[in-house]
Ligand binder design. Structure first.
Ligand SMILES: [Mg+2]
Length: 372
């Protein structure tokens, strides 16, 4: 038998100068108001900037942010993963070989998608700068010249949340994500209050962040749907795909998987089980742009729509999501690109997202299009 072998580590070679150094630094920015979801409350958005240098002096800049309660990764852990495990495995490699970089990273460190995403985003920025192309061109092209983003209303009192929904709806955001998940009875009142506070054509998504159980929540969810809920995100614990299937059979609202989908394999299982209508693809959650695009392709093949989501993250990672949303045909649900708008001032890309009214122009400069 002939075994065809194409070993990783012997790339064809593009002639690009090899990766010579990978460095990280912490940046933080205070939130305009503390950001609260069902898993906790944060006062500052903390990110890790990842720089990848080549032997001839080129640099790519990425960003990642752990959001520990959600991902299980910590800032210290992400920093150590990059500096002690991923960087030593990548130094000396062709910086344009992004697929190979993922194989190498997965070979030295299981999981740790937040850490790998920082590297992946920096590699895309570097490849864009080296080629002169914007990142969306590296992802396949740009089928959108601007990307729509939802506004995300964090947890608060019912009056505060309805007022914020009305404020941002009036500002131009026609798709609102409201956070819930503590109590379906209260969330029903919330959906009714938000629906009454915004125009009829404003779409409302409820993100319960795994907070419900199917049996308790089902009657309330049916009433929320009747009250004008358009999209329901991750109502059940991440492992309860059977419960998601049950809700899909009984509810007349689109169901979106977020915490249930951290990888290409998770996405495949959701497709096999019929557990969602929409996948929330967050670059930092799934391990980078390379992985995100694979999942988007799987979703397209399965007929699922995609939301390009985000962790709370600053301008560099958010720009990566803008390029991805521009390149993915199935990204028909408005993205969640509000990290830079949640902080007093974004130290990484202050001009790109300032004064956003629900749409973000897709950058056309080489790389991600930031000035970091
Ligand atoms: Mg979510």
């Amino acid at each position: 038998m002939t075994v065809l072998s194409h070993p990783v580590g012997l790339p064809a070679g593009t002639g690009a100068a090899p990766i010579s150094a990978i460095r990280t630094r912490v940046v933080s920015a205070p939130y305009r108001r503390p950001f609260q979801i069902s898993s906790g409350i944060s006062t500052d958005l903390i990110s890790l900037v990842v720089e990848i240098h080549t032997a001839d002096g080129a640099v790519g800049i990425g960003e990642t942010s752990p959001m520990t309660a959600y991902t299980g990764e910590t800032l210290a852990g992400v920093t150590a993963a990059i500096e002690e495990h991923l960087a030593p495995a990548l130094i000396g490699r062709d910086p344009l070989d992004r697929a190979g970089a993922h194989v190498v990273m997965d070979g030295v460190l299981r999981g740790q998608h937040v850490a790998k995403s920082g590297i992946d985003i920096a590699l895309y920025d570097l490849a864009g700068r080296l080629s002169g192309w914007p990142v969306h061109a590296l992802l396949g092209g740009s089928i959108r010249s601007r990307v729509q983003t939802a506004w995300v209303v964090g947890l608060g009192t019912l009056d505060e949340m309805a007022a914020e929904a009305a404020e941002y709806s009036a500002r131009g955001f026609s798709h609102l994500k409201v956070k819930g998940g503590h109590d379906p009875a209260k969330d029903l009142e919330l959906i009714r209050a938000v629906r009454a506070a915004v125009p009829a054509d404003t779409e409302i998504c409820l993100d319960a962040n795994e907070g419900y159980d199917a049996t308790t929540a089902l009657p309330y969810l049916a009433k929320m749907t009747a009250a004008g809920l358009n999209l329901l995100e991750q109502p059940l614990p991440r492992w309860d795909l059977a419960g998601m299937v049950r809700l899909r059979e009984r509810l007349d609202v689109r169901l979106m998987a977020d915490e249930s989908m951290h990888s290409l394999h998770d996405a495949l299982e959701i497709v096999r089980r019929g557990a969602a209508d929409v996948l929330n693809i967050k670059i930092l959650k799934v391990g980078g742009l390379h992985r995100a695009l694979q999942i988007a392709n799987l979703a397209e093949a399965a007929g699922l729509a995609v939301k390009i989501g985000s962790m709370p993250e600053l301008g560099v990672a958010t720009l990566a999501a803008v390029h991805l949303a521009a390149a993915v045909p199935g990204a028909t649900v408005p993205a969640d690109l509000v990290g830079p708008l949640l902080v007093e001032e974004d130290p990484l890309a202050p001009s790109v997202f300032a004064d956003c009214k629900g749409w973000i122009d897709v950058p056309t400069r080489p790389g991600l299009g930031h000035d970091v």
